[in-house]
Write a protein that binds this ligand. Sequence first.
Ligand SMILES: CC(C)(COP(=O)(O)OP(=O)(O)OC[C@H]1O[C@@H](n2cnc3c(N)ncnc32)[C@H](O)[C@@H]1OP(=O)(O)O)[C@@H](O)C(=O)NCCC(=O)NCCS
Length: 310
Amino acid sequence: MSSAVTLTTLLPSDAEAAARLIHRSLVDWYQSRLGQGARFGDSHEPFLQFPQVYEALDPGEGLAVRDEQTNSLLGVCFTHERETHVAIGIVATSPEAAGRGVARKMMEAVLGKARQLGKPARLVSSLLNLDSFSLYTRLGFVPGTIFQDMLVKVPESGMAAPPPVGAERVREARPDEASRLADFELRLQGVRREKDYAFFLRNETGSWKVLVLEDEVGGLKGFITLGLSFGMMGPGVAADDASAAALLWKGLDAMRGSSPVFLVPCAASRLVTTLYGWGARNVELHVAQSTAPGPTAQGISFPTFLPESA
Ligand SMILES: CC(C)(COP(=O)(O)OP(=O)(O)OC[C@H]1O[C@@H](n2cnc3c(N)ncnc32)[C@H](O)[C@@H]1OP(=O)(O)O)[C@@H](O)C(=O)NCCC(=O)NCCS
């Protein structure tokens, strides 16, 4: 018989165990259901970025479920309180404790906190993972925009495809632009999270770069964050397909010699066609979920998983 479990705060000293749990849960789930465990590599070390980045960004906001007898970690979940919402992710349960309500326990605590704050909860959920999709929708989340996760292998010499129109106007963001970026996202997507952008722009670990695109008169057309250590591009927002293509091309070119992954809305068909032309391959599908779906967002959003954003 399995022993009782308890919900606690995740501590900085749990970082190693949390990284091992996240890595193991992903490898086990994707290998046993889809034969794709190798996607997550052999080592838990890259997954240390989750507890480390979140401890720097949102200290004390991580949740853990522990076995009451052994005190070992059975589940972890990270939450991010922002101006318009509470973001959630990543959620992971150790394979041995799967199906015992561990994830539900953590999610219910976060949803209780969101209700107290009077804010919706938001996350990005895999469309290949019926366990997590079902967990969230049973708890009242409503699926919205569908995204395709695309990967481009960028040669050491940089992008082979020619730069799209507008790429020449992409520049690195200035350190004081966090609130401008957050206002732009609020206007187009109805979401505000200045704390994330201030964190990237402070760039204390050298792991982040933010690119912005302006029109001829200095109006913002979009921005995108490069997670240089994480290997993903996002979060970011662009006003239209052409602006999104200019930002993605410059981001990929800046990450030359690697294979960055980024999410784009499946409905942005002109952008998706351009990306196929650059050799992009689909590696996953995700859907934005919210407990309070709003009016349809405008423009192109680039969600990511560190920090989780939708
Ligand atoms: C997704 C994950 C966190 C779920 O953890 P878990 O602790 O096993 O989940 P729980 O037991 O708390 O809850 C699962 C819920 O989904 C329900 N569920 C699962 N599959 C379902 C299906 N096909 N249809 C309907 N409901 C389903 C279960 O009945 C349960 O709901 P209930 O509590 O109302 O009965 C776990 O599988 C995991 O860690 N996966 C790898 C990491 C990952 O992919 N994380 C999500 C990132 S998007």
